[in-house]
Design a binder for this molecule. Structure first.
Ligand code: PLP
Ligand code: LYS
Length: 416
């Protein structure tokens, strides 16, 4: 469910027509619905009612300051993977105690930055990282709160590029090694062991991989308890899928209902790290048709958004719905490849789409609120798109379209 619906034949975001947004702000533009973001966050938060919990939104999905601010106001926690994300979350007003820090390559600078503000915990992903974190914390006269991200070696049955919980993936601490690391960590002067977690992949459509991963983690929690190592929280990660086309992912309530009995039995605080399930269907990418181009027996619909704005189709062969903003009955429907202006054959947003469009028409690429703008680049010296948040009838420009000055910021010419 989302707040993007046709009213009088025109697609709207909440109470605002996307045509009006394009007229005022131009294209390509990402448009997010505040109501959808809030509802999706609350679906997780409410599902966890009755257990101590913290829903840590995965900032990488959509890190616009206004998006973070909306979630911060709902008392969200935040899962970050870099110093840059930490900075954003703090700017959005989040208290450090609601921030968890994931990622396989945390630098010393990032560790110091996070220790200085006092984040909730580091999700540690290797022995080398543990040793570094201990060293950095001791030098600062602090103790770093640590939760190991365990790799439970379960197949999440998703795209191989976004599967993270198999032994061969670079993520997490091998479950067989984790026990020894917990013992070592509990003796380190700069470390306080606080939790355990996992994150097995993204766009998961089944409950069973979540259940398998949790069972393996809980068995480890028991083994640790027997050795006198007690934890405060368990983090079941993110990864819940969304509907792009005809997928039927479990909703947050179904996921939590399935895992609740096992979690309640532990008495631990529960954390989750959803990204896509909160932001994905809360946004669209608004784009304008520039040209229609027949080529052999194909037809191309060339739009002003490209792979630099939304890389998921090119990168994962991902399917995202592409719909007209204004429904037209006066035109013939054709099968188009919807492509951008970038000089790559991989620059496409959709293949074989049935559309009735003419140049100048607006299209909306659906489910673009997660891993859209955050994965955008300036390839081909294309300024990154504007971002808008709609809140009822209010339209907020929350990131201005980049200018040519933005494109060359920080560059310098040689003194020739
Ligand atoms: C550690 C971690 N947590 C949470 C997420 C969020 O994943 P998703 O957007 O699939 O919920 C990711 C990305 O997959 C991640 O790497
Ligand atoms: N960026 C990916 C998901 C990767 C998740 C990051 N841990 C996507 O668009 O589907």
């Amino acid at each position: 469910m989302d707040h993007f619906e046709y009213r009088d034949g025109t697609l709207c975001a909440e109470d605002v027509s996307l045509s009006e947004i394009a007229r005022v702000h131009g294209t390509p533009t990402f448009v997010y619905s505040r109501a959808t973001l809030s509802r999706h966050f609350q679906a997780f938060d409410q599902a966890l009612t009755g257990m101590p919990h913290l829903v840590c939104y995965a900032v990488k999905a959509n890190s616009n300051l206004a998006v973070l601010q909306i979630l911060e106001r709902l008392d969200a926690g935040f899962d970050i993977v870099s110093g840059g994300e930490l900075d954003r979350v703090m700017r959005a007003g989040a208290p450090a105690r609601r921030i968890v820090f994931s990622g396989v390559g945390k630098t010393e600078t990032e560790m110091r930055q996070a220790l200085t503000v006092g984040i909730r915990c580091f999700n540690v992903e290797s022995e080398a990282e543990l040793e570094r974190l201990n060293r950095v914390a001791v030098a600062m006269n602090k103790r770093a709160p640590v939760s190991f991200r365990v790799n439970p070696d379960v197949d999440p049955r998703t795209h191989p590029y976004i599967s993270t919980g198999l032994k061969e993936n670079k993520f997490g601490v091998d479950i067989a090694t984790a026990e020894r690391l917990y013992r070592e960590a509990s003796e380190m002067p700069g470390i306080t062991v606080v939790g355990i977690g996992c994150h097995i992949g993204s766009q998961l459509l089944d409950l069973s991989p979540f259940m398998d991963a949790l069972d393996r983690l809980l068995a480890l929690v028991e083994r640790l308890k027997a050795q006198g190592i007690t934890l405060r929280h368990i983090d079941v990660g993110g990864g819940l899928g969304v509907r792009y086309r005809d997928e039927n992912p479990p909703d947050p309530a179904a996921l939590v209902a399935a895992i609740r009995p096992k979690l309640e039995a532990t008495g631990l605080e529960v954390m989750m790290e959803p990204g896509r399930a909160i932001a994905g269907n809360a946004g669209v990418l608004l784009t304008r048709v520039e040209y229609l181009k027949p080529a052999g027996d194909k037809h191309f619909c060339i739009v002003d958004a490209a792979m630099n704005d939304l890389i998921r189709p090119a990168l994962y062969d991902a399917w995202q719905a592409i719909v007209p903003v204004r429904q037209r009955s006066d035109l013939e429907t054709r099968t188009y490849d919807v492509v951008g202006p970038v000089c790559e054959s991989g620059d496409w947003l959709g293949h074989d789409r049935e559309l009735a469009v003419s140049p100048g028409d607006l299209l909306a690429v659906r489910t673009a609120g997660a891993y859209g703008f955050t994965m955008a680049s300036n390839y081909n010296s294309r300024p990154r798109a504007a971002e808008i948040v709609v809140d009822g009838t209010a339209v907020h420009l929350v990131r201005a379209r980049e200018s040519y000055d933005d494109l060359v910021r920080g560059e310098a010419m040689l003194p020739l």
